[in-house]
Design a protein around this ligand. Structure first.
Ligand SMILES: O=C(O)CCC(=O)C(=O)O
Ligand SMILES: [Fe+2]
Length: 342
């Protein structure tokens, strides 16, 4: 079986678990999420279940987030990224200890087989969230005199997407035949992260060791990914080893499952490998929001996902430690004198 080097180490090309050779991503209408009728919500949960088992990726529409909140955040992100490098490095992610702030082009490497990711990023989280053992610093914001509207725009997007994510957990619980509030006890102070990414267009021969974001799976429970404009770059790996394009669709947000839910569900739900390559000739931006659980949640395979044919495949892990370890492997620090990775 073919293997692929990813941020998770060597992975079978079929994502460890049997997904489908899907050729497009499902689009799920979330209107029934607000229905007072449990049967309506269960019918929606059944659609979510099929998408999580077969694909691990889907679009949502009628999600309730105002388009303007997202476009304002993207406009501010563009202003931030268009600044000179020395301004952006005022909030260099390496100045703090909890992976918040700016990382320049090639400052990250989600796929250890790559030379670095061809994107710039700015990461933020909640200042009062559990930062993890010994962590002292939270968000790093650019000076308000440089970009007065940046922080309010990103915080407003954060609030809206966080609210949507909190509404999706009960749906995921229903889709796993659990009580709707099953995950609530693990979400008192969840370790979520949002980021804006800017991918310059790449020209010439495709070199898979140097692309927008290398092949990886996400680390948390699920990701809500907003794509800006009409610039195609995201690709999703199906069980046949083919990369399926996930273009921006107006009014939708992409949802993909992460490793925490794959482990919790014993691989029944897929944390599908994806990457981004921007060959469009245009600058591309995206805004992923990663939803984790409380830092100290013990992620143990759900008993309902274990059977004689499918024994538990994963050791229990502490949710926050898992993400921290994965992040520490992701960000590259370069020695300013030698230019070597340290
Ligand atoms: O920009 C994208 O479309 C994908 C970003 C992504 O996969 C990530 O940040 O984990
Ligand atoms: Fe990702």
């Amino acid at each position: 079986m073919t293997t692929l080097q990813t941020g998770l180490g060597e992975r079978l090309i079929s994502n460890d678990v049997n997904g489908k050779a899907f050729t497009e991503l499902p689009i799920i209408d979330l209107t029934a999420l607000s229905s007072p009728n449990l049967e309506d919500r269960k019918a929606l949960a059944a659609e979510i279940q099929a998408a999580c088992v077969d694909v691990g990726f889907f679009y949502i529409k009628n999600h309730g987030i105002a388009e303007e909140v997202l476009s304002t955040a993207f406009a501010q992100a563009r202003e931030f990224f268009d600044q000179p490098l020395d301004k952006k490095m005022l909030v260099d992610l390496h100045k703090g200890d909890s992976f918040k702030g700016y990382a320049p082009l090639m400052g990250e490497q989600v796929d250890p087989a790559s030379r670095g990711d061809v994107h710039e990023s700015f990461d933020l989280g909640s200042d009062d969230q559990a930062l993890g053992e010994g962590k002292k610093t939270g968000n790093l914001w650019p000076p308000a005199e440089d970009l007065p509207a940046f922080r309010p725009a990103l915080e407003s997007a954060w609030d809206s997407i966080m609210a949507l994510g909190k509404r999706l957990f009960p749906l995921i619980a229903l889709s796993l035949n659990l009580e709707e509030d099953y995950f609530a006890k693990y979400l008192t102070n969840p370790g979520s992260v949002m980021r804006v990414l800017s991918y310059p267009p790449q020209f010439g021969e495709v070199d898979l060791k140097e692309i927008g974001i290398g092949a990886h799976s996400d680390y948390e429970c699920f990701t809500l990914l907003c794509q800006h404009g009409d610039v195609q770059a995201l690709q999703v790996l199906n069980a046949a080893g083919d990369w399926v394009q996930a273009p921006p669709i107006p009014g939708t947000i992409v949802v993909n499952l992460g490793d925490q839910l794959q482990r919790w569900t014993n691989g029944v739900y897929k944390s599908t490998i994806h990457r981004a390559i921007n060959r469009t000739g245009k600058e591309r931006m995206s805004m992923p929001f990663f939803f984790g659980t409380d830092y100290d949640t013990l992620l143990e395979v759900l008993p309902s996902c274990i059977s004689p044919e499918r024994p538990a495949m994963y050791e229990p892990i502490i949710a926050g430690k898992w993400v921290e370890q994965r992040l520490a492997e992701t960000y590259i620090k370069v020695d300013p004198v030698t230019g070597e990775k340290i």
